[in-house]
Ligand binder design. Structure first.
Ligand SMILES: Nc1ncnc2c1ncn2[C@@H]1O[C@H](COP(=O)(O)OP(=O)(O)OP(=O)(O)O)[C@@H](O)[C@H]1O
Length: 294
C-alpha cells in the first residue's frame, strides 16, 4: 500500500533558522500517527510541508504517493486543521457546512450534519461564540466531511481542558474507525497521544529522534533501575537511551532487540520522554543527536 507520508532527507530553513533537518520517514497507510516534540521542535513545519503550505528547502516529500498540494485531486485527499482550530468567527455552524460543500468536491453533508447534531452544536450559533472545545470539534467536522484520505491535525487539543481533551480524542477514535481515514496529529503531550496513536514520531531540535509503529517500539524498549542497567549485564546491541535520575529511583530507558531478563517494558510516555530529553541534553551540549531511529 502507498505510504501516507514518505520523506527523504527533508529539510526546511526559515532564513537562517533550520526548523527541520535530514528528515527521512515512511509512514504506512491506515495509521493514527502521533507527532510529538517539545515547543519549537519542528512539528508544525513538518505538518506544513505535508499539506503543501510550505515548500521544502532540501529533500523530498510524497503524501499518499504524490507531491503535497500537487493539484485539485491531491488537495481533496488531505484535510488539514491548523493549530488553534481556525474557524470563521462571523459565520454560523451551518454556514461552515455550506462553505465546506461549496469548496470541496467530495463533501459529505450527511456526515457533517450528523456530527453537528451528535455534538449538540446549534447550527445557528456563530462560530466566534463557541467554546474552544466546540470550535475544535467544528474544525474537525469540516476537515472530516471533506472525505479526505488523510487528516492532519496540528495540536488539536492544545487549548482544551483535560475533560474536553479526553472527549475530543475519544470522538476522534470513533470517527476514524467509521471513516477509515489515516490521521496525523501533533502534540507536545505524550499522554494525549498514548491513548489514540498506533504510530509515533518523536521530533526534537528539528530532527526525527524516533519513528515507528507503537507496538514495535514498545516491544524493544525497557525501563530498568540503575542496577539493572549495568552495561556489562545488558544483551549485545542494547543501547541506553536516557537515565532519568529526577525521581527517588533512577529510571533508565534501554532499547534492545533482545529480551532483557527481569526488566519491565517501558510505556510510550517513558520512551518518548527519554528521546526528547536526550535530544534536549545533546542540544544544550551542542552535539545534537542525529540518528533517525526506526
Ligand atoms: N515563519 C517562521 N519564520 C522563522 N522561524 C520560524 C517560522 N516558523 C517557525 N519557525 C522556527 O522554526 C522552529 C520550528 O517551529 P515549529 O513551529 O515547526 O515548531 P513546533 O514543534 O510546531 O512548536 P510548537 O509546539 O511551539 O508549536 C522554531 O525554532 C521556530 O521558531
Amino acid at each position: 500500500m502507498t505510504p501516507i507520508i514518505e520523506t527523504r532527507d527533508l529539510g526546511k530553513r526559515y532564513r537562517h533558522k533550520a526548523a527541520l533537518t535530514d528528515c527521512t520517514l515512511r509512514v504506512p497507510a491506515g495509521r493514527i500517527v502521533g507527532l510529538v516534540g517539545p515547543n519549537g521542535a519542528g512539528k508544525s513545519t513538518l505538518l506544513g510541508l505535508t499539506c503543501g503550505l510550505l515548500a521544502p528547502t532540501t529533500g523530498t516529500i510524497a503524501v499518499l504517493g504524490d507531491r503535497p498540494a500537487a493539484g485539485a485531486a491531491q488537495l481533496a485527499k488531505v484535510g488539514f486543521v491548523a493549530q488553534d482550530a481556525p474557524v470563521y468567527a462571523g459565520l454560523s455552524v451551518a454556514d461552515h457546512l455550506k462553505l465546506g460543500r461549496k469548496l470541496n468536491p467530495r463533501w459529505d453533508m450527511g456526515l457533517a450534519q450528523r456530527r453537528v447534531q451528535q455534538l449538540g452544536l446549534d447550527p445557528a450559533q456563530k462560530a466566534g461564540r463557541l467554546s474552544g472545545g466546540q470550535r475544535a470539534q467544528l474544525a474537525l467536522t469540516v476537515a472530516a466531511a471533506k472525505r479526505a484520505e488523510l487528516l492532519i491535525l496540528d495540536e488539536p487539543v492544545a487549548s482544551l481542558d483535560p475533560l474536553a481533551r479526553s472527549a475530543f480524542l475519544r470522538d476522534l477514535l470513533e470517527f476514524v474507525a467509521e471513516l477509515g481515514v489515516s490521521v496525523v496529529l501533533s502534540s507536545h503531550l505524550l499522554g494525549d497521544l498514548e491513548r489514540v496513536c498506533d504510530h509515533l514520531i518523536v521530533l526534537a531540535a528539528g530532527r526525527v529522534q524516533l519513528a515507528g509503529d507503537v507496538g514495535d517500539l514498545l516491544a524493544e524498549h525497557y525501563r530498568l533501575t540503575a542496577d539493572q542497567a549495568d552495561p556489562a549485564m545488558l544483551p549485545a546491541g542494547a543501547e541506553i537511551v536516557h537515565a532519568d535520575d529526577s525521581a527517588r529511583e533512577t529510571a533508565v530507558v534501554v532499547r534492545s532487540s533482545q529480551p532483557i531478563d527481569g526488566a519491565a517494558h517501558a510505556d510510550l510516555e517513558d520512551v518518548g520522554l527519554a528521546y526528547m530529553t536526550r535530544a534536549a541534553m545533546a542540544s544544550v551540549r551542542g552535539t545534537a543527536e542525529t540518528g533517525v531511529r526506526r
